[in-house]
Design a protein around this ligand. Structure first.
Ligand code: PLP
Length: 235
């Protein structure tokens, strides 16, 4: 049986959830002594229909994240009249880099040089450079994509040499934890590791999802990737 809170969650519209999420993000920014507006909300619309994206768009949302190339291309075609900034956040297969380079503004999940080189070569000259984050496997889970922290510096140097990419920062998906204090540790570790590299051009920390956004914002996230808290649970 659903709790009262869950029933409210189901019945809330995407617009209501988006407003609640923005208010929540602002409270987390203030709690962390950070300027209002320092955290961008990326709406993760994987598995959700274009109609849901349209509802969020009408409510003011402009940044959307997708994980699967074919699914994303279909929705992008349906929504071509809208001024959307598209972010690719899923694992990248080499045979999908061309479609990603042609149809996205940002990629958060670059974790090897070969993929970065292909994205740079395949980025159409008519488009601005592709904005890129490097994905770090901060919890060192064998099942997860991302580079190990000790390899980050070398990959940054290599990717910065690629002409059609603009390296913006890092992304991570830590191992799930319930406790906020434990959730904060991997975010803090990544934030400090990047700070120590002393590269001010790396201004993006893509950290935090529906269940750990407070911890991520407390530790310096500049972009939270929110799916289920905005669009409801995925089946
Ligand atoms: C699905 C996904 C999200 C959103 O997750 P929620 O828990 O639904 O907010 C964020 N980041 C990545 C990389 C994802 O694959």
């Amino acid at each position: 049986m659903l709790t009262r809170r869950e029933v409210r969650g189901y019945m809330a519209t995407i617009k209501q959830r988006l407003n609640a999420l923005k208010a929540h993000t602002q409270r987390a920014e203030l709690a962390a002594n950070r300027p209002l507006g320092s955290v961008c909300v990326l709406a993760v619309s994987k598995t959700k229909p274009a109609a849901d994206i349209m509802q969020a768009y009408i409510a003011g949302q402009r940044h959307f994240g997708e994980n699967y190339v074919q699914e994303a291309l279909g929705k992008q075609a349906e929504l071509s009249a809208f001024d959307i900034t598209w972010h690719f956040i899923g694992p990248i297969q080499a045979n999908k880099t061309k479609a990603i380079a042609c149809h996205f503004d940002w990629v958060h999940s670059v974790d090897r040089l070969k993929i970065a080189q292909r994205l740079s070569e395949q980025r159409p000259p008519s488009l601005p450079p592709l904005q890129v984050c490097l994905q770090v496997n901060i919890s060192q889970e064998s099942s997860k994509s991302g580079i190990m922290l000790q390899d980050l510096s070398a990959l940054i140097t290599a990717v910065e040499g690629l002409p059609r990419l603009r390296l913006r920062g890092v992304m991570t998906v830590p191992e799930p934890e319930q406790d906020v204090a434990l959730q904060r540790l991997p975010f803090r570790m990544l934030y400090h590791a990047v700070e120590q590299l002393n590269r001010p051009e790396l201004d993006t920390f893509s950290m935090g999802m529906s269940d750990d956004l407070d911890a991520a914002i407390a530790e310096g996230s500049t972009l939270v990737r929110i799916g289920s808290a905005l669009f409801g649970a995925r089946s």
